[in-house]
Ligand binder design. Structure first.
Ligand code: COA
Length: 655
């Protein structure tokens, strides 16, 4: 029933409006209609002196209804709804019971006063969806908290805690006890008083230099997402030409971006990420509660996993084979927390607490009472197998035993071991404390509850879980292999490593395929190819093989696909590498920059489709999540599957 979307109750001249549109009280069409009608009704009702606007549930308002953005906008539009509230003769008090995001923040900004529950927060995350605030946020926020802080909040999509909002002058108060009684009491004390509306506050123009510097800085951080600089321009329009003109500029930009490919891509990821955290097949299955986790191996991967687990509040046992390796592993974990303090991700006390949750031990004995053990030892079947043989002797039958293998077959690691329902592969990406992707690979005998625990663990770690079937390279590394092969094919068609890397950076990746290989080292893949050759596989000698045979292993040997000056990470075109590759190059038309990117992304999408067809990924959007969260695919392109589908659609509709 539409009427239930906003409930009205009256308390001695104060009308209390409660939004009730689960799950996040999004401001969809029906809510906007109801709010418009209520605003007029309350304005005309002489018994009402003030209005308190709050919401049911944990969230105040999670924003506009993102699902509506694929359709044309329908009146009443949110800016008009908010303008009517701001123009009311009676004070409106937003009582924020939880997050006020996007349109929710704009609604709160249009109210005359704001009271925050101490857990409430306010933010404008639109740029992360390829949009800018579209209902006055770029105009009202700077007028309430000042230009520089507002630019930061809006362009970075930052959210302010209740305390920060108070500090910034945005919260008239933070409820000390129960929010609603305090908001009603506050409304009574006002006695109808209205503050100067945000729209009437003047803003001084700080001048060209300020805007130029801000634009350059914001564009750099945006990595190809056009929204942050567009938001800055809308703010600037309001400063230069006044509130009304600013609102018009904001709306125009909002509507243009709403229809853009980038915004569609970011919406696609928004819904894909949420779907990944709640797989339909696992609905109703309770995960195993986790308190204590063991990590075997204190190398880069193991220490990163240990740090991620400890940061999420788990008690961690990190084990190594000897005291020196253990000390080095613990040092790595400590260095990770140290770096987190430097980057403002935690404070000193937080880092100390995290480290206190990590205990180091030599040997596996201390893992006997762990709920979960993640093995991150050397990528060798016999070594991993020995670890699991010992684990099944030590741990109870309910302990979840996971391997972090990248390329080995997890079934072979645990073959024949007892209680196979609790084995699983949890494939982290390096650096594990940073990268958001977690590939979760159930084995044939893995129980659904164990799989559900993997998904819940990812959520707890702030990661994105993607279920992958047990095929070589799972999802991500299989696509990487294909991508690299296609990059080499382009090389043999006459493109240079520099041209290929530049094309991929222009597309939005942080790094091209050849600079990435130089960083990681060419020798690992070379050894894998040699091993395959030794087993009789017919692998023709490729350019990578020629480089390695000439001693060019990448940055660590002073050069690979590129040359590097001593101590420098700057790739320089290498005449020696070019000479080694030249005999393999087919003469003919050389691919251009856009052809290069098109071919590489198409190869990824094709491989992704194959993986879906083979049943090794659950959906194309899972492929996109893998590439975006594990391999640096630009978010605003949505992932290779989304990008390819969009391209096909625009080609057919444009034909
Ligand atoms: N429009 C439409 N649906 C939304 C939505 C929005 N603005 N915000 C959240 N949802 C949906 C989610 O897709 C999810 O749906 P599902 O249950 O079918 O998967 C559901 O609401 C719950 O969202 P979720 O993010 O899982 O809940 P949460 O409690 O962890 O977080 C928020 C709540 C509001 C903090 C979070 O949803 C959020 O950040 N939303 C987007 C805010 C935003 O960007 N607003 C600007 C819009 S222009």
């Amino acid at each position: 029933m539409t009427n239930d979307l906003i409930r009205r109750s009256d308390f001695d001249g104060i009308a209390l409006l409660t939004l009730a549109n689960p799950p996040v009280n999004a401001l969809g069409l029906a809510v906007r209609q109801r709010l418009t009608a209520l605003t007029a009704e309350l304005e005309a009702d002489e018994s009402v002196r003030a209005v308190v606007l709050t919401a049911e549930g944990r969230v105040f308002v999670g924003g506009a209804d993102i699902a509506e953005f694929d359709r044309p906008p329908e009146a009443p539009h949110l800016p008009d709804v908010i303008a009517a509230i701001e123009a009311s003769r009676k004070p409106w008090i937003a009582a924020l019971n939880g997050a006020a995001l996007g349109g929710g923040a704009e609604l709160a900004l249009g109210c005359h006063y704001r009271i925050f529950a101490d857990t409430a927060r306010l933010g404008l995350p639109e740029t992360s969806l390829g949009l800018i605030p579209g209902a006055g946020g770029t105009q009202r926020l700077p007028r309430r908290i000042g230009l520089a802080p507002a630019i930061e909040v809006i362009t970075a999509g930052r959210t302010l805690s209740a305390a920060e909002a108070r500090e910034a002058g945005l919260a008239d108060r933070i409820a000390a006890g129960e929010l609603i009684p305090e908001a009603l009491a506050f409304a009574r004390t006002l006695d109808g008083a209205l503050p100067r509306p945000a729209s009437a506050a003047p803003l001084a123009d700080p001048g060209h230099a300020f805007w130029d510097e801000a634009r350059a800085r914001i564009a750099r951080a945006a990595r190809g997402n056009p929204a942050p600089t567009a938001a800055l321009e809308a703010i600037r329009a309001g400063v230069a030409e006044g509130f009304a003109a600013g609102l018009r500029a904001e709306r125009e930009t909002f509507l243009r971006l709403r229809a853009s490919d980038e915004a569609a891509a970011l919406r696609h990821l928004f819904f894909a990420e949420r779907a990944a955290l709640r797989p339909a097949a696992l609905r109703g299955i309770e995960p195993v509660p986790l308190t204590r986790a063991g990590v075997i191996g204190g190398g880069t991967m193991g220490s990163g996993i240990a740090a991620a687990l400890a940061a999420a509040g788990l008690e961690v046992r990190l084990t190594e084979t000897g005291p020196e390796a253990l000390a080095a592993g613990l040092e790595r974990v400590e260095a990770i927390f140290e770096a987190q303090v430097k980057r403002g991700l935690t404070d000193r006390a937080g880092a100390t607490e995290r480290m206190a949750r990590v205990t180091g031990t030599v040997g596996l004995g201390a893992l006997a009472d762990c709920d979960l053990v993640i093995e991150a030892v050397f990528e060798d079947l016999a070594v991993k197998r020995r670890v699991f043989e010992e684990l099944v002797r030590l741990c109870g039958p309910e302990a979840i035993l996971a391997t972090n293998t990248s390329y080995l077959d997890p079934e072979r690691i645990v073959e024949g071991l007892p209680h196979p329902h609790r084995f699983i592969a949890l494939h982290f990406f390096s650096p594990a404390q940073v990268m958001k992707l977690l590939e979760i690979v159930p084995l044939a005998a893995t129980a659904p509850r164990i799989l559900a625990t993997g998904v819940a663990l990812a959520a707890r770690l702030g990661k994105i879980p993607v279920q992958a079937g047990n095929g070589e390279g799972f999802i991500g590394n299989r696509i990487l292999k294909r991508y690299r092969a296609e990059a080499e094919a382009l090389l043999l068609a006459g493109a240079t490593p520099t041209e290929i890397d530049e094309a991929m950076r222009a597309f939005g990746l942080g790094m091209g395929p050849f600079e990435m290989q130089d960083m990681a080292g060419l020798d690992i893949a070379f050894r894998a190819r040699e091993a395959a050759r030794a087993l009789g596989q017919d692998l023709p000698e490729g350019p990578g093989d020629r480089l390695v045979r000439a001693g060019r292993l990448g940055r660590k040997s002073g050069g690979g696909w590129y040359d590097y000056a001593p101590g420098s990470r700057l790739p320089q075109p290498s005449p020696e590498a070019a000479a080694l590759i030249a005999p393999l190059v087919t003469p003919g038309a050389r691919p251009s920059g856009t052809e290069i990117a098109d071919r590489l992304i198409a190869a990824m999408a094709e491989e992704g489709q194959r993986i879906c067809d083979e049943g090794l990924a659950q959906s194309p959007s899972d492929i996109d999540l893998v590439e975006v969260h594990g391999y640096g695919f630009p978010r605003h392109k949505g992932g290779p599957m989304f990008h390819a589908a969009r391209k096909t659609r625009s080609r057919t509709s444009g034909a």
